[in-house]
Design a protein around this ligand. Structure first.
Ligand SMILES: *[C@@H]1O[C@H](CO)[C@@H](O)[C@H](O)[C@H]1NC(C)=O
Ligand SMILES: *[C@@H]1O[C@H](CO)[C@@H](O)[C@H](O)[C@H]1NC(C)=O
Ligand SMILES: *[C@@H]1O[C@H](CO)[C@@H](O)[C@H](O)[C@H]1NC(C)=O
Ligand SMILES: *[C@@H]1O[C@H](CO)[C@@H](O)[C@H](O)[C@H]1NC(C)=O
Ligand SMILES: *[C@@H]1O[C@H](CO)[C@@H](O)[C@H](O)[C@H]1NC(C)=O
Ligand SMILES: *[C@@H]1O[C@H](CO)[C@@H](O)[C@H](O)[C@H]1NC(C)=O
Ligand SMILES: *[C@@H]1O[C@H](CO)[C@@H](O)[C@H](O)[C@H]1NC(C)=O
Ligand SMILES: *[C@@H]1O[C@H](CO)[C@@H](O)[C@H](O)[C@H]1NC(C)=O
Ligand SMILES: *[C@@H]1O[C@H](CO)[C@@H](O)[C@H](O)[C@H]1NC(C)=O
Ligand SMILES: *[C@@H]1O[C@H](CO)[C@@H](O)[C@H](O)[C@H]1NC(C)=O
Ligand SMILES: *[C@@H]1O[C@H](CO)[C@@H](O)[C@H](O)[C@H]1NC(C)=O
Length: 579
């Protein structure tokens, strides 16, 4: 009798709340996470959602992410009350006493509460963020609003809320009587009752000895409806280690299990890390001559790796096996002549990369079928004794290779990486310019090479980025056209391939130009001499069943068998070349 009327009350309550669009759950009700996006006015289905899987191999160091400043995190009078609100356990803080700033945040944020996400009593982990797919047992979120903002103001501002996420790890031993024991003693299955805390623990007591200089940063959302896209996320790399019996108290004493939202797509967002954060998987791979865990022949064993696929790059282009494709026409290069398009130059630890300003430089035509936005260009080189291009032509390796990386304009970067033609890379082979001598100067007049002043300016930045992951702004006037000079951009090879570094995504339409760019030898030497490493090229990959296509005016034949038939054509086209 009593029970059934209680049930009726509960389900009526649920109905009323559902109709208002405010009732939701993690599982076991119609409004589970897959359906959070279905209500109007919520952001849960949009493109900047949280939590996410942090793939450490794709994380970039941001030098602006310096130390945080915390106010009253060590105060034992700051935590006011604790409450089971039906979705989580939330500790409210005294108003206007606790603050956080620094850590790359724009201004000061007032800390209002912290709460928890957990799994179940069988130690099924329940953190919201995952690191390379690994889920910790729990996660604590410390929530702060931009100082002076109301909750309403903060949820409407793209940086209105700063959340500090701490992973909680369950260990076999560890303190059963400290601050976490104190906190968990308040856990209850009674919902919506705020209980005063006893002024015996501080936020710092809970955080313990986590290194607060090591953290990830990205722009995201609240992880519960309305999922407002207003959060600057900080996820600390080191977990808080507590006894696993204390972790288990969360599901046991509250009666709720698995209170976490599944990870959301990144949709092309960047994830950054503070300079002291160790980034294991991006530095655990290397090229042949360097010491590391994963040399090229083991790249396929890296997490999230596609390096063992059947359309990998680079390849050796056998010119006699290429097939003429009439659709490989002229490219259209937009803003390749802009002398202010390069934003900065950086040492990735594997290459020297020039990052371009966003949404400015473009490539289309060339049989690509889409407009591509140019993101960056970078280089592959050898040592002062050996050549270092990635692509080989008829087994010849060139001294260097330049890759101009372009993303389909209608896709985000994350989408592009999952699409067979999501990226288009333009590969230019680089050779030493024969500086003096009569015959080569004649050659220069008819085929102007690239602008050595531009190469000199560009390579002059390399000594300044000797430290790995350092970057400098490019202030000199250098355009991509200056670097490419008069190289023939109408004749090229085309094949379907991959990125040539992990995770080797098979998303690249490759263009390798036939004519090489000519650069002074001393400028080529700037790369191995000043970047701190050499021979940064991936070995040749198998073609498998792929074909390499070539532009029509090629001086090579489509195949050895019909070579004879094509001889008249060949003569005609090589004649054309001399005109
Ligand atoms: C940042 O904090 C760490 C440890 O707390 C300290 O060693 C370092 O000097 C601090 N750096 C700055 C720039 O304040
Ligand atoms: C820190 O908390 C104390 C009270 O515990 C308060 O008097 C003080 O103003 C707080 N500091 C700041 C900067 O808010
Ligand atoms: C920092 O915050 C201020 C005020 O909220 C805002 O006007 C400014 O654009 C922000 N700066 C950046 C770089 O986000
Ligand atoms: C907060 O929002 C209110 C109403 O939307 C507005 O009047 C007020 O200026 C906002 N305050 C801030 C700090 O943005
Ligand atoms: C998490 O806890 C387990 C079990 O005690 C331990 O082996 C592991 O090293 C911990 N992880 C971290 C990152 O501290
Ligand atoms: C709440 O917990 C108490 C004791 O901890 C238990 O007796 C009671 O049955 C629980 N109630 C529910 C609804 O789980
Ligand atoms: C809070 O402190 C009071 C007095 O020190 C004590 O009687 C009470 O049991 C404490 N409550 C909890 C939940 O620890
Ligand atoms: C070539 O490299 C060797 C070591 O590999 C070095 O000793 C020598 O100075 C280099 N020569 C030039 C011209 O950079
Ligand atoms: C490179 O790092 C070292 C040591 O961390 C530092 O002393 C030096 O100033 C850095 N150089 C540059 C150009 O940033
Ligand atoms: C580089 O340029 C950006 C803006 O484009 C600027 O915010 C930053 O301070 C510059 N860095 C240096 C070291 O000059
Ligand atoms: C690349 O792959 C696509 C689809 O798989 C195919 O239509 C296209 O012809 C291929 N291009 C080349 C150059 O092989």
């Amino acid at each position: 009798m009593y029970l059934s009327s209680l049930l009726l009350f509960l389900s009526l309550g649920a109905l009323v709340k559902c109709a208002a669009g405010s009732d939701w759950c993690y599982h076991g009700c119609p409004q589970s996470p897959d359906h959070w996006a279905e209500h109007s006015g919520v952001s849960c289905g949009e493109k900047r959602q949280s939590p996410i899987d942090i793939v450490t191999g794709n994380v970039q160091i941001d030098h602006h992410l310096l130390n945080f400043t915390f106010v009253n995190f060590s105060s034992q009078h700051a935590i006011k009350s604790i409450e089971n609100n039906g979705h989580t356990v939330k500790c409210k803080l005294e108003a206007n006493q606790v603050e956080v700033s620094g850590g790359g945040l724009n201004g000061t944020y007032s800390t209002i509460q912290f709460h928890f996400h957990w799994g179940n009593t069988e130690y099924h982990p329940g953190a919201e963020h995952t690191i390379d797919g690994h889920r910790y047992p729990m996660e604590m979120h410390i929530v702060s609003l931009k100082k002076g903002f109301s909750v309403q103001n903060a949820t409407e501002d793209s940086e209105g809320i700063a959340v500090l996420g701490f992973f909680i790890n369950g260990t076999d031993d560890g303190d059963m009587s400290g601050p976490w024991s104190e906190l968990t003693s308040y856990l209850t299955n009674t919902t919506d009752t705020e209980v005063d805390m006893n002024n015996t623990i501080s936020i710092d007591d809970l955080i313990g000895n986590v290194d607060l200089t090591k953290f990830y940063r990205y722009m995201g959302s609240l992880t519960t409806p309305q999922c407002n896209e207003a959060v600057v996320w900080t996820v600390f790399q080191q977990p808080i280690n507590i006894n696993k019996n204390l972790v288990q108290r969360f599901p046991m004493k509250t009666g709720f299990t698995n209170v976490y939202r599944p990870t959301q797509p990144l949709n092309g967002r960047d994830v950054f890390a503070s300079p002291t954060t160790p980034l294991p998987s991006s530095h655990s791979w290397c090229y042949e001559e360097e010491p590391c865990e994963y040399k090229p022949s083991y790249w396929h064993n890296l997490p999230h790796s596609n390096c063992g696929g059947e359309r990998q790059s680079p390849i050796n282009i056998e010119t006699l096996d290429t097939v003429t494709d009439e659709h490989l026409g002229a490219f259209t290069f937009t803003k390749f002549d802009d002398k202010h398009a390069i934003k900065h130059i950086t040492n990735t630890g594997h290459s020297v990369k020039c990052v371009l300003k966003e949404d400015m430089v473009e490539v289309s035509g060339g049989g690509l079928g889409y407009v591509y936005s140019t993101l960056q260009f970078h280089f592959h080189w050898g040592s002062n004794k050996s050549d270092g291009s990635e692509h080989k032509v008829d087994s010849k390796r060139y001294p260097m290779e330049m890759h101009i990386v372009n993303k389909r304009k209608d896709l985000t970067l994350a989408e592009a990486l999952e699409t067979p033609n999501g990226l288009a890379v333009l590969g230019f082979l680089i050779e030493e310019k024969i500086a003096h001598g009569r015959s080569s100067s004649e050659h220069l007049e008819t085929h102007p090479t690239s602008d050595m002043e531009a190469w000199k300016k560009m390579t002059s930045y390399i000594p300044a980025i000797h430290n790995i992951s350092s970057e400098v702004n490019v202030t000199d006037e250098i355009s991509i056209d200056d670097l490419l000079g008069g190289v023939n951009r109408a004749e090229y090879y085309r094949y379907n391939g991959s990125l040539t570094t992990p995770s080797c995504d098979e998303a690249v339409v490759w263009t390798v130009f036939k004519e090489s760019v000519k650069v002074d030898q001393n400028l080529i030497m700037m790369f191995p001499t000043h970047a701190g490493y050499h021979n940064v090229y991936r070995p040749k990959q198998s073609l498998h069943n792929r074909k390499v296509y070539t532009t029509k005016s090629a001086s090579s034949a489509p195949g050895p068998i019909i070579l004879l038939l094509l001889l008249p054509c060949l003569c005609a086209s090589s004649h054309n070349l001399h005109l």
